[in-house]
Write a protein that binds this ligand. Structure first.
Ligand code: DX5
Ligand code: ZN
Length: 226
């Protein structure tokens, strides 16, 4: 297991009129900033797209973790890599050839991530892990922030962790949805090592302090699980 957790606040829960300020608030306390891109086709919600990411990229040095909840990711994902995203994650349910798209993303200079939504089993994707840098397990149904964490998704996290460790793979295992001070410990104990948190960070009085608390909780649980 990777020794230190990745904390990735989701700007979906931030003030969209002040995105640069929101990212500056967590600089130094977070590892990545998580950017939720939704298209009202793959999920019934519409958020932000490439122009916003291109502009925001210039406003900060923190790595961008772009989560594409869109149909036809082959068409759009490379543009996010070219815009300087550190990691670009697309959904298994939206992509016919994940290995090919991962290869394209890596060639464009980004890490490649595959996301598994609530109703999708992870087992068929375990063999793709060597082609990926990140595997994201949704701990809610993708589409909206502020939903309740689903502990039953942690069986998938355990399955992926077992495979990563058995094959000694360099893959980040990320969880997204309902991650907060209490649930982050469960997710970390199950084997996750990257944690997206929207409401728990941007709904807090002090977003940087919220990141530090999440990190401390994750570190405790990861040490206990190791
Ligand atoms: C939802 C998004 C999440 C969302 C998480 O589909 O993928 O990244 O921002 O929000 P919280 O942390 O509030 O559940
Ligand atoms: Zn997300």
């Amino acid at each position: 297991m990777e020794p230190s957790p990745i904390i990735a606040p989701s700007i979906l829960a931030a003030d969209f009129a002040h995105l640069a300020t929101s990212v500056h608030q967590i600089e130094g306390a977070a590892d990545w900033v998580h950017v939720d891109v939704m298209d009202n086709h793959f999920v019934p919600n519409l958020t932000i797209g490439l122009p916003v990411v291109q502009s925001l990229r210039k406003a900060t040095t923190i790595p961008f973790d772009v989560h594409l909840m869109i149909a036809d990711p082959e068409r759009w994902a490379p543009g996010f890599a070219e815009a300087g995203a550190y990691n670009v994650t697309f959904h298994a349910e939206a992509c016919d050839n994940p290995v090919a798209l991962a290869r394209t993303l890596r060639a464009a200079g980004a890490k490649a991530g595959l996301a598994i939504d609530r109703d999708t089993p992870v087992e068929p994707y375990l063999e793709l892990l060597p082609h990926l840098d990140t595997l994201l397990i949704m701990t809610i149904k993708a589409g909206f922030g502020g939903q309740k964490f689903m502990p039953e998704m942690l069986d998938k996290v355990r399955d992926v962790r077992r495979r990563i460790n058995a094959k000694d793979l360099q893959v980040r295992l990320e969880v997204d949805g309902g991650i907060a001070a209490d649930t982050i410990e469960q997710a970390a104990a199950a084997g996750a090592d990257a944690f997206v948190a929207g409401t728990a960070v941007y709904g807090a009085e002090d977003p940087a302090e919220a990141c530090r608390k999440l990190r401390a909780a994750a570190e405790r649980a990861m040490a206990g699980a190791a």
